[in-house]
Design a protein around this ligand. Structure first.
Ligand code: PLP
Length: 464
């Protein structure tokens, strides 16, 4: 697939093509500029519309084999699409599913699409850091025992902050209850490719996983893999679910980049993961030498994750972030107490060491009075579900003031982003505490995503 893409882009660059097909830019760069350079359509580009599926099937089979799965699809719409495809691949309308409430909003909308009824499970929160651990196996066991008609267990693992659960224990629990374990491993495409890394979800016994090739691997933005074993999941249903919301015009550049990332992992994954492990270990060690700074570490944390804890320095994460953006090193996330850069296998040790020094200098410039870390609303939310998410999504709604919204049922999903965990979701009771928590995020400079009114003056509620 990569070879076909390279071939296509060479021909396009040489002006050898006069396509009488989409895309509408026809490989010309004199219309909208070079923003379309390298845009090779998958169908009718990498191969003819009739035959490109052969390339796709071969590429996906190579990935399935690398991850030990027997079904794989490449998505050009991120883990967002993968999560929704997997939600559509299990159960029937109205059936219960065990799922962690610290889920990414894409999966919550997957439950809306599929009409699944969530039974929420929650991770333990570390009182020292305010951050979530993985979800405990006994927690899921209890949920399955109390909801024997549930059709699957969905877990996000690693969590956004890199904490991990006992996935093998979860797989055994789910299988003992006769249901599949499905894992949103959006951040974990590199796991399993070095002996010092935890196994990936499929190797740990999960029946399916979604992962963003564009997050942990050097694939094009939006590239994601959906992988499954088909003992407990039906391959034809998986395909139908995947196709239901995937574009019919995938870009070949993204598809080829997923194949290329797979090839890189197969060839050099161990060496690149070893370098990343060394770089992150050195960064953690160096950061720990700075008074007041701490990092997440230990057996419950994915070892290539760098989560920097600032509370002991008194520095505000947003001020630190602004400095490192000015230094040309934007990070994935920062809030008051945390800075989360995303080191990947593309980073070498020197780059990570340089970033670490820039980060330390920024922290030093913004030191203040040490404080106790506060747990973000995304991790502590304990919703009261009044209506199934799908019913609430389609119900008639009205807009009311924040004061009048308290005690009403939310029609909308509202999530501080990142991490994109909904603090309010369709069908959930709007409480004063939820509004207060969202206002705190906004007041502190955080982004409130997906709200009809991001100022939080009004809310969309289910009409009476
Ligand atoms: C846990 C989790 N799942 C899914 C997604 C969606 O991934 P993508 O951006 O590839 O659609 C994200 C995005 O950050 C995420 O954090």
């Amino acid at each position: 697939m990569l070879a076909a893409w390279l071939d296509f882009t060479r021909q396009a660059a040489a002006g050898e093509l006069t396509p009488m097909s989409v895309p509408g830019h026809k490989q010309r760069q004199d219309l909208v500029g070079s923003v379309v350079a390298g845009d090779a359509p998958f169908y009718g580009g990498l191969d003819t519309i009739k035959h490109a599926d052969n390339l796709r099937v071969e590429g996906e089979a190579r990935a399935a084999s690398l991850w030990g799965a027997d079904w794989c699809r490449f998505s050009v719409a991120g883990s967002t699409h993968g999560n929704q495809a997997l939600a559509l691949a299990v159960g029937k309308l109205g059936q219960e599913v065990i799922v962690n409430r610290t889920l990414h909003k894409s999966l919550l909308l997957g439950l809306v699409l599929a009409g699944l009824q969530p039974v929420w499970v929650r991770p333990d929160i570390d009182p020292g850091t305010g951050l979530p651990a993985g979800v405990g196996v006994p927690t899921v066991q209890e949920a399955l025992a109390a909801h024997q008609d549930a059709c699957a267990v969905f877990l996000g693992d690693p969590t956004y902050v890199g904490t991990i659960s006992d996935l093998a224990g979860h797989a055994a629990t789910a299988h003992a209850a006769g249901v599949p374990l499905i894992v949103d491993a959006a951040w974990a495409a590199h796991l399993g490719f070095h002996s010092d890394l935890p196994p990936h979800a499929i190797a740990a016994g999960a029946d399916a996983m979604v992962t963003s090739a564009h997050k942990a691997l050097p694939a094009y933005t939006q590239g994601a893999l959906v992988l499954a074993t088909t003992q407990r999941l039906d391959a034809a249903r998986l395909d139908r679910a995947f196709e239901a919301t995937h574009t019919t015009s995938p870009t070949g550049s993204i598809m080829a980049s997923i194949d290329a990332a797979r090839a890189l992992l197969a060839r050099d994954g161990e060496r690149l993961c070893a370098r990343l492990l060394r770089g992150v270990a050195a960064a953690r060690k160096r950061l720990r030498e700075v008074p007041g700074v701490d990092v997440l570490d230990g057996p419950g944390v994915e070892p290539t994750k760098l989560v920097v804890l600032l509370a002991g320095t008194g520095a505000h994460g947003h001020a630190v972030e602004a400095e490192i953006i000015r230094a040309g090193m934007p990070v994935e996330m920062a809030d008051r107490d945390t800075v989360i850069p995303i080191p990947t296998i593309a980073d070498d040790e020197a780059q990570l060491a340089k970033f670490t020094e820039v980060l330390i200098a920024a922290i030093e410039r913004h030191r203040g009075t040490p404080r106790h870390p506060q747990s973000a609303a995304a991790w502590t939310v304990e919703p009261q579900t009044v209506l199934p998410p799908r019913e609430a999504f389609f119900a008639q709604n009205e807009t009311v003031s924040a004061d009048n919204a308290i005690g009403r049922v939310s029609a909308e999903l509202i999530a501080p982003y990142p991490p994109g965990v909904p603090v309010l979701a369709p069908g959930e009771l709007i409480t004063a505490a939820a509004i207060e928590a969202l206002r705190e995020v906004a007041g502190d400079g955080g982004r409130i995503a997906y709200a009809a009114d991001p100022s939080l003056a009004t809310f969309q509620v289910i009409a009476r």
